[in-house]
Design a binder for this molecule. Structure first.
Ligand code: IPE
Ligand code: IPE
Ligand code: MG
Length: 256
């Protein structure tokens, strides 16, 4: 089985107590605010509280890695004041929660392009990663200035540079080698990708990594999200039959 199209450790995946990688497209902040006649930025602020509840809830729901989509490479298209609020919220979140997360054994990792981010944002990201790098109890991956296409392009460029320097041969490239250049390389691929707000699209999230993820779309707007909604998504995931292109074990028996 190619490394990219299944669990990286099959025996772990078969274990009943396998810790999941759940990835969430946190969507619907703007609509939540609009429903209340409030400016969109207040939806984003409420969204940070939902994130705090969800991170907390995930740790007691057999989730080992939680990846959240906080800002996409396309979100720069939004009005400048909204972009600036989203930047400030990341900073405020790290400032208010970093110590608590660090003491709870959470490893924080931020994936996405650092170029284009201002120096103060890059600094809080570095600080969060450095402060928590030895933690192993739980991983919180924040996708920020992240785009799946950008990530694949950057990985391709890194590999091409190695070839140019004579350190690698193009003919040696495999899926397993390529994925090591992605910013998501240090985590297993997501088992479950959730999108809130009822939208049913991937919006440039984890394009390589989503190959065999189960997708769950929930109607709840992100600011209303929390541990119960996460539990419902995981329960739906548990009802799915993951085959990775093969056939289920009992069907092999039937086919003889
Ligand atoms: C998600 O909420 C947060 C980000 C994309 C940063 P939106 O801001 O996209 O909310 P809607 O989709 O407009 O309701
Ligand atoms: C995806 O949501 C990005 C994040 C949640 C950070 P968007 O709201 O930006 O996606 P589209 O524009 O509806 O596809
Ligand atoms: Mg949206």
């Amino acid at each position: 089985m190619p490394a990219t199209t299944g669990p990286r450790n099959v025996s772990d995946a078969d274990a009943a107590d396998q810790r999941l990688h759940v990835a969430i497209i946190m969507d619907g902040n703007g609509r939540w605010a609009k429903q209340r006649g409030m400016p969109r930025v207040l939806g984003h602020r409420a969204g940070v509280n939902a994130l705090k509840r969800t991170v907390e809830g995930a740790q007691s729901q057999n989730v080992g890695v939680l990846t959240v989509f906080g800002f996409s490479t396309e979100n720069w298209r939004r009005p400048a004041h909204e972009v600036s609020e989203l930047m400030n919220l990341l900073k405020a979140y790290v400032e208010s929660d970093l110590e608590r997360l660090a003491k709870a054994g959470v490893r924080v990792r931020v994936i996405g392009r650092r170029t284009g981010l201002s120096a103060d944002i890059a600094e809080v990201i570095d600080r969060a990663e450095r402060r928590t790098r030895d933690n192993t109890a739980f991983t919180l991956q924040v996708a920020f200035n992240y785009g799946g296409q950008a990530d694949i392009t950057d990985a391709a460029r890194t590999f091409a540079e190695r070839v140019e320097r004579g350190e690698a041969k193009a003919s040696d490239l495999t899926e397993a080698m390529f994925e090591r250049f992605l910013s998501t390389a240090s985590a297993p691929p997501p088992d479950l990708i959730v999108r809130t707000s009822g939208e049913q699209r991937i919006s440039n999230f984890l394009l390589w990594d989503c190959a065999y993820a189960e997708l769950v779309f929930q109607d709840v707007l992100w600011p209303d999200y929390g541990p119960e909604a996460l539990a419902a998504a995981i329960a739906e995931y548990r009802r799915r039959d993951r085959r990775y292109g093969g056939v289920a074990a009992d069907d092999v028996a039937v086919a003889g």
